[in-house]
Design a protein around this ligand. Structure first.
Ligand code: UDP
Length: 239
């Protein structure tokens, strides 16, 4: 075999929308397919950490519109992400993939607490690490947490898997037939033009720390495996 090379380590962000297939709850077919694709990439030596969203259950901002205090709604949102983590963990384990869930809100019966050095150790051993409960902090989003986790555990990029869209466009492609997709985009342009990539706090944290973000579509067959392996899908956001 050849010389020593540093393994590719990436952070995959899966939105809650992906888990729900656009509905409340879990779309097992979607989660199972994504799990299979993740395992395929791990078997080729890619180290995969995952941040899971929770919008298929609750979003704090929406609950607050309905009359629930914002912070409490945010905690409900964070707890929702954990259910997605467990669903993904189950399908990964069914494929024979070792996994660990680490949550930012301690719940010892279902997951480890978030311990970054331990997460790195798991990745080095070929385990998939799934981060749940966001940052454990109201007013944050799982997009922002994705950037933070990627920075702390030294991932080379964040892969934002999207539902219903395959990259960042000049305008909404569902409303504007002349919209075109960026293959490259600067953080600044994404922020200033308010392009629908992710929230501004996530983008500015990525910009301030030069963390590249690839926005890609989850739906195409093989896209998840490809993105994890470094295939140039969708839009790359960087300086
Ligand atoms: N949330 C939070 N702090 C975090 C991460 C998430 O308060 O660090 C809450 C927030 O209410 C959010 C919900 O959890 O709306 C679900 O997460 P998110 O909306 O980021 O999930 P996604 O849009 O990716 O499905």
């Amino acid at each position: 075999s050849g010389g020593h090379t540093t393994p590719r380590r990436v952070l995959l962000k899966l939105s809650g929308e992906a888990f729900g297939g656009g509905q409340v709850g879990i779309d097992v077919e979607v989660v199972q397919r994504v799990a299979k694709e993740i395992v395929e990439a791990v078997r080729t030596g890619v180290q995969v950490a995952i941040v899971v969203g929770g919008g298929n259950f609750f979003r704090g901002a929406e609950l607050s519109q309905a009359g629930i205090e914002r912070s409490r709604g945010d905690y409900m949102g964070m707890l929702g992400t954990v259910m997605n983590c467990l669903a993904l963990q189950d399908f990964l384990e069914q494929e024979g993939q070792a996994t660990r869930v680490q949550t930012a809100i301690t719940m010892g019966q279902v997951a480890e607490p978030y311990i970054p050095l331990k997460a790195i150790r798991h990745l080095e051993k070929g385990r998939v690490v799934i981060f749940g409960a966001g940052a454990g902090l109201p007013y944050f989003s799982t997009d922002t947490v994705s950037i933070q986790r990627a920075l702390e555990i030294h991932c080379s990029e964040v892969l934002m898997g999207k539902n219903g869209v395959d990259g960042v466009y000049t305008s909404d492609p569902r409303k504007d037939s002349s919209a075109s997709m960026f293959t490259r985009l600067s953080y600044q342009r994404a922020l200033v033009d308010n392009l629908a990539v992710m929230d501004a706090s996530a983008l500015s944290m990525a910009r301030d720390n030069s963390m590249p973000i690839r926005v890609f579509g989850l739906e195409g067959e093989g896209n998840v495996t490809g993105a994890l392996q470094g295939k140039e899908l969708g839009t790359l956001v960087m300086n």
